[in-house]
Design a protein around this ligand. Structure first.
Ligand SMILES: Cc1cc2nc3c(=O)[nH]c(=O)nc-3n(C[C@H](O)[C@H](O)[C@H](O)COP(=O)(O)OP(=O)(O)OC[C@H]3O[C@@H](n4cnc5c(N)ncnc54)[C@H](O)[C@@H]3O)c2cc1C
Length: 482
């Protein structure tokens, strides 16, 4: 039988992978391909942290494929040219893949599908990334959902998890040329800044599965209470980078949670709250699918008039975790060291950038894109717009998080700030989240000298809040006058 090509992209797993399962079921040899895509106009290159993850995830995928008798073939180029080269070399008669939802990927895939069909090659795509395709759930008027709650209600009513697909036991490979992963510029060098990432993560399908099991064995039952606590390592699943690279799919998570509930191991309420976060991921993908410029353009065009500031010094202080607001700085340093940040803190730092500093949300989205191991085209863009107030079903612009009260409320023990800002470790709880409010004697006893051991605040909270609200008011007035 002629071989089939499985084009892996954001689905770096063997289990529950519909494209791989279809190729194996076809019965012939299977070429497992990953393309380092070049020459596709408009593609957003992965950030540094994502490249680090991709490198390890591809190593892991190759090991798993080899264990089943196959191997991962690596090629660089325009995916259309790569696929047609491979078809010529091997006589492959079918190409399968799991869909992706951003631009220009959707167009590239559609164009390739049409070209393959014209050439008499079977081309099939599957859903391996979402619970439901973005176009499957429609509102009463036939459009897509722009508000989360009705979307989540509709999803729960409509979604039926398909039967799980086991990882293939045996994959008959084909001997074709492959590039060497070590030659791809994915792992950072000169300098290699990845030690913190290496210590924090185990990229790959086995790492994803282990993390899910660990979370469902216990921490999930505390999720409803603890999910806003950045000081606890187990307050959320930390599955996001695994989901980003498709080392695990949302359907696998859905089934595992439902099975845990049915068996009485997982309580209904935390299960529901946890799955609703998976639904936020779906909702973000719906928004991206229907708004291809989601990472660049305000979803709400009223924000096109927002008088964002340009302030390189403030942006740099934010990026480095040197704003003088401990919970913001702790978050930005956690991000830099581990490639990940707790969700509550992501909201706080994003609010700080867009409201306290009045810097454009795109600047924050870009920084997250480069530094997050889970940087996701749909979720990152939708979440930044949500925080800035410009997104669909967004937080209202006038909700300006106070970094002091947010810190005291959600990092009540101070464990998070003390871990990531060790220079504040000896500050008493009362002043930990606002060292600048402490009497000089208290700071001195804790070894904190503002401006020397820890930065002075770069903005004053109330004044910054007023400035942000004024800017928004002005934007609305201009809109009204236009
Ligand atoms: C400004 C900002 C930027 C963000 N950028 C990203 C990003 O690039 N990639 C990313 O995966 N998440 C992003 N998030 C969402 C969220 O912070 C992370 O998904 C979450 O912190 C990941 O940790 P976890 O896996 O432990 O989440 P859990 O709480 O265990 O949730 C399980 C899964 O649900 C999904 N999820 C959770 N919260 C959200 C949310 N608010 N919106 C959409 N999906 C969610 C994720 O896939 C997550 O892995 C962002 C949030 C903000 C406020």
């Amino acid at each position: 039988m002629p071989p089939s090509i499985v084009w892996f992209r954001e689905d770096l797993r063997l289990a529950d992978n519909p494209a791989l399962a279809a190729a194996v079921a076809a019965g012939g040899p299977v070429i497992c391909l990953f393309v380092r895509e070049t020459g596709v106009e408009g593609v957003r290159p992965l950030g540094g942290a994502s490249n680090w993850w991709l490198d390890k995830s591809l190593q892991s995928l190759d090991r798993s494929l080899s264990g089943a008798g196959g191997r991962l073939v690596l090629r660089t180029g325009h995916p259309k040219a790569v696929l047609f080269d491979l078809i010529r070399e091997t006589g492959a008669k079918s190409v399968v893949w799991n869909r992706r939802y951003g631009e220009p990927e959707k167009h590239t895939d559609a164009d390739i599908k049409a070209a393959l069909k014209d050439a008499g090659v079977l081309a099939q795509s599957f859903n391996g990334r979402l619970l439901m395709e973005p176009w499957e759930l429609k509102t009463g008027s036939g459009g897509y959902y722009r508000v989360f709650t009705p979307f989540w209600r509709a999803l729960q009513a409509a979604y039926v998890a398909p039967p799980a697909l086991d990882a293939p036991k045996r994959i008959e490979g084909v001997d074709v040329e492959s590039e060497r992963l070590a030659d791809w510029p994915l792992h950072p060098s000169a300098p290699d800044w990845s030690a913190g990432l290496r210590a924090a993560w185990t990229p790959g399908e086995a790492g994803a599965k282990a993390r899910l099991l660990r979370f469902l064995e216990g921490p999930v039952n505390q999720y409803a209470e603890d999910r806003n606590r950045p000081d606890l390592d187990t307050s959320s699943s930390q599955l996001s980078p695994h989901l980003r690279f498709g080392e695990i799919g949302p359907a696998q998570i859905w089934r595992a949670v439902k099975a845990g509930v049915a068996a009485g191991r997982i309580d209904e309420r935390p299960a529901h709250v946890f799955l609703s976060e998976i639904a936020w991921r779906e909702f973000s993908n719906v928004l991206l699918s229907f708004n291809q410029q989601l990472a660049r353009k305000n979803y709400n065009s009223n924000f096109d008039r927002m008088p964002w500031r340009q302030d390189t010094a403030a942006l740099t202080a934010w990026q480095r975790g040197e704003t003088g607001y401990p919970v913001v700085d702790a978050g930005m340093r956690q991000l830099w060291h581990t490639g990940w940040m707790h969700n509550r803190v992501r909201m706080i730092v994003a609010s700080f950038l867009t409201k306290h500093l009045l810097l454009p949300w795109q600047a924050g989205e870009d920084w997250f894109w480069d530094t997050l191991v889970d940087a996701d085209p749909a979720i990152n863009a939708a979440s930044w717009q949500w925080t800035a107030g410009s997104g669909a079903d967004a937080a209202p612009y006038f909700r300006v998080f106070n970094p002091i009260t947010q810190g005291s409320k959600f990092d009540e023990t101070g464990g998070y700030v003390r871990r990531w800002c060790p220079e504040l470790a000896k500050m008493p709880d009362k002043f930990l989240h606002a060292p600048f409010e402490a009497p000089e004697s208290v700071r001195s006893k804790a070894g904190v000298i503002l401006g020397r051991t820890y930065p002075e605040p770069i903005v004053e909270h109330s004044a910054a809040r007023e400035r942000a609200l004024d800017a928004y008011k002005q934007t609305k007035e201009e809109q009204g006058a236009a």
